[in-house]
Design a protein around this ligand. Structure first.
Ligand SMILES: Cc1cc2nc3c(=O)[nH]c(=O)nc-3n(C[C@H](O)[C@H](O)[C@H](O)COP(=O)(O)OP(=O)(O)OC[C@H]3O[C@@H](n4cnc5c(N)ncnc54)[C@H](O)[C@@H]3O)c2cc1C
Length: 414
């Protein structure tokens, strides 16, 4: 089958990988040059430990508290926008225990499938994208956060993960790269991490070897309709015909699908990262500084700090205060870490595609027989890339894993 994918992020490329392996003729079109998007500058974490959807009990109250602090890890750019209001209302409605509890085992299994996908991909291709399979540490300083993290560890144990709760001394024994000032931590051995920029570059090269065709700097601006099918995708100068089309355009997916009369609720969760090149000393293990909501990831010889979620309406530019808050959080946990002079304005940023219930959209859109979507992975797009690719290939083959197809049905708000 001929399949055209819009979007060369981790979701589009892993979909291309699984489709090409199944023998399909695949093209990937991107408005950029495949050298940067949300899939490059992220924290590089593969996180079965993140099985709670973004929309969960307590999130709204916490979000409201953060809204009024200029340096908080969450922010909504104030604007009168009907789509944002509707999205927030749906998000609010999804933040309940019943929905979150139902989603947790599904997200966990999909995350584990994603991790398995990375292990298989590494083995099959022999590519070195600095994958480290040695777990991730959650670090906390406050008693009430410790209580929340221990409750989370209990939930994780009940679902079959094997988290280890560590005292401050045990954390110090485990993490010898830097001195720590924390109350304790929870270690999730099933988690992993990598250098996503290297993954993306190598994955694209491998796809090229498999015969996948790439169309850089080509923005898809509309659809040619053929009854209840899409006949072609249109850019300003080209038509892309195919048997099936996959829209994996990240945070831009909602905007593009409107051109086909489909109104998919999606907001962008902008986040920032700063990468230090070969710092003299650094943590040996990847960790999340829980109160600060900052991820710290060793990537090869480099070290990356990442955080913040702003519903920004795809606004360009860096919010320097929020980047500074990420940088300022580091010495609070690593008091002796020598932070080089860093201009917050030079931070990388990307837009996480966020759905109102925190679950991705993966599947056929019922309005057109041959139009699929794969997006909305929010904080977990890197983790879930390979699993999403597998599900997309199953959907094309007509034999999807029904549990995932049901939970991630993109028609649930249409
Ligand atoms: C600071 C930060 C840290 C993160 N950390 C992690 C982490 O540790 N682990 C994890 O799992 N996830 C993490 N994420 C989330 C993860 O990066 C995203 O979920 C993921 O990259 C989304 O991938 P995507 O392919 O859907 O979108 P993208 O990577 O944004 O790709 C979409 C592509 O579509 C193209 N496109 C859009 N519209 C069009 C059009 N009309 N025509 C042609 N092309 C188009 C864009 O140019 C872009 O290249 C993080 C995100 C951020 C911001």
């Amino acid at each position: 089958m001929q399949i055209t994918i819009v979007g060369g992020g981790v979701i589009g490329l892993f979909s291309a990988w699984h489709l090409a392996k199944a023998g399909h003729e695949v093209s990937v079109v991107d408005k950029g040059d495949f050298s940067d998007n949300c899939s490059f500058g992220n924290a590089g974490m593969v996180t079965p430990s993140h099985f709670v959807p973004l929309a969960a009990p307590g999130v709204v109250a916490q979000g409201l508290r953060w809204m009024f602090r200029a340096d908080s890890p969450f922010y909504i750019r104030p604007r009168l926008n009907v789509e944002l209001m509707k999205w927030l209302w749906r998000f609010y409605r999804s933040c309940n225990a019943r929905q979150a509890e139902a989603a947790m085992p599904v997200l966990l299994d999909f995350n584990l499938l994603g991790k398995k996908g990375y292990l298989e991909f590494e083995k099959e291709t022999g590519l070195d994208f600095k994958l480290r399979k040695e777990g991730i540490l959650m670090l906390y300083k406050d008693a009430h956060v410790e209580k929340e993290e221990l409750e989370m560890a209990e939930k994780a144990s009940a679902l079959g993960l094997e988290p280890k709760v560590l005292t401050a001394t045990e954390v110090a024994d485990f993490e010898k790269g830097v001195e720590l000032d924390v109350r304790g931590g929870v270690f999730y051995p099933a988690d992993a991490y990598m250098y996503p920029n290297i993954l993306m570059k190598l994955l694209k090269e491998k796809l090229g070897e498999k015969g996948v065709r790439f169309y850089p700097n080509t923005e898809i601006a509309g659809f040619e309709l053929k009854g209840n099918k899409i006949g072609a995708l249109k850019s300003s100068s080209q038509y892309f015909e195919a048997d099936a089309f996959l829209i994996a355009a990240g945070s831009w997916t909602g905007k593009l699908l409107k051109k086909a009369g489909i109104h998919l609720p999606l907001q962008d969760g902008k986040g920032y990262s700063v990468t230090l090149k070969k710092p003299a000393h650094r943590p040996q293990h990847a960790c999340i500084l829980v109160e600060a909501r900052v991820a710290v990831t060793p990537m090869g010889d480099d070290l990356r700090f990442a955080g913040t979620l702003e519903l920004s309406g795809l606004a360009a530019g860096v919010n320097r205060r929020r980047v500074q808050a990420i940088l300022d959080s580091i010495p609070q946990y690593f008091p002796k870490f020598e932070m080089p002079q860093t201009d917050p304005g030079s931070a990388w940023y990307g837009y996480r595609p966020c759905t109102p219930d925190g679950l991705p959209y993966i599947g056929y859109l019922r309005k057109y027989e041959n139009l699929m979507v794969a997006t909305g992975h929010a904080m977990m797009g890197l983790s879930l890339g390979p699993a999403t690719g597998m599900l997309v290939e199953q959907l094309i083959a007509g034999n999807p894993d029904e549990r995932y197809a049901k939970f991630f049905d993109p028609n649930r708000y249409l």
